[in-house]
Ligand binder design. Sequence first.
Ligand SMILES: [Zn+2]
Ligand SMILES: [Zn+2]
Length: 349
Amino acid sequence: MSTMMAARLVKAGEPLRLEELPVPEPAADEILVKVAACGLCGTDLHLAVAGDIPVERTPITLGHEGAGIVAGAGRDVKGLREGDRVALFPAAYCGACRHCLQGRHSLCDRSKVYGMARDGALAEYVTAPERTAIRLPEAVPFEIGAIVTDGVATPFHALRSRGRLRAGETVAVFGCGGLGTHAVMLARLMGAARIAAVDVDEKALARARALGADLVVDMRQGDPAKAIRAAFGRGADLALEFVGLPETVEAAIRALDKAGRAVICGVGMARPALPPLAAFVGREQSVLGSFGMDRADIEDLLALVAAGRLDLSASVSARYPLAEANAALGHLASKRDGVVRVVVTPGGT
Ligand SMILES: [Zn+2]
Ligand SMILES: [Zn+2]
């Protein structure tokens, strides 16, 4: 029996355990993927460090942003074969519930998220249902394919599907870490007329400005809603929130113009307040949740990268071998050097 190395979550707050395990057998409808790259994100820090997002079982192999090469297939696999390059949707969705049938894959009733409910891609090999694998165009490197699946697809879903951004609108982005940075890039690509970026970190704000934000606001220096109105002459048509704190959610809503939409991606247990109904209703404003992505978001982003329309080459801040998975998590947690995305490369760089 052949074996592989995997980085496993045993207990939140403790280092991941590097363990030798049997290479998993794909089920009839699954493929075996030799992992080339796996992105890490804030969710991994919640799972492995803070422990405030529960996992279904431990130990579990972490990693929900995987890409690699098909290395085996179950007997019912029809479309993919050994050697094909793929990126994996961050969860094994069922493909049969009403949300999956409507293309709303992150809402799947029987979703099994990698690294939370089934073994993930922070390993040399991972198995995945064939339906949840997405062909990776030749022109897209594995590490870019990996980060697109979540770090870029999540803000794209918020902008396009939930926020319904139209060319010529004004956009405000609250929280300019990995997701917010990509939101600024995508809002520009999608034709936003003016973009405001809000954060409390100078490096993050400088990066947002370099990537196309017209206005950057340090939230420690006053109300961003006022700064946005002063600079743009009106409020935001679309505000995106990636922090998950009441003060940033409330500031995002305050920043809206009439008919504005606030799309909240940040998660937490806090309860932000709505404005007085007279203001909220009279201005026909919307507050929307946005969770993850649809398969189509990943496919369309990969097409944009392959066509040279979207350059994500600066988004991979650091690469680590699998044996240094804990150092990779530590780098992400430290936020040092204006980190956008950290990638682990089990197949070597
Ligand atoms: Zn992620
Ligand atoms: Zn489903």
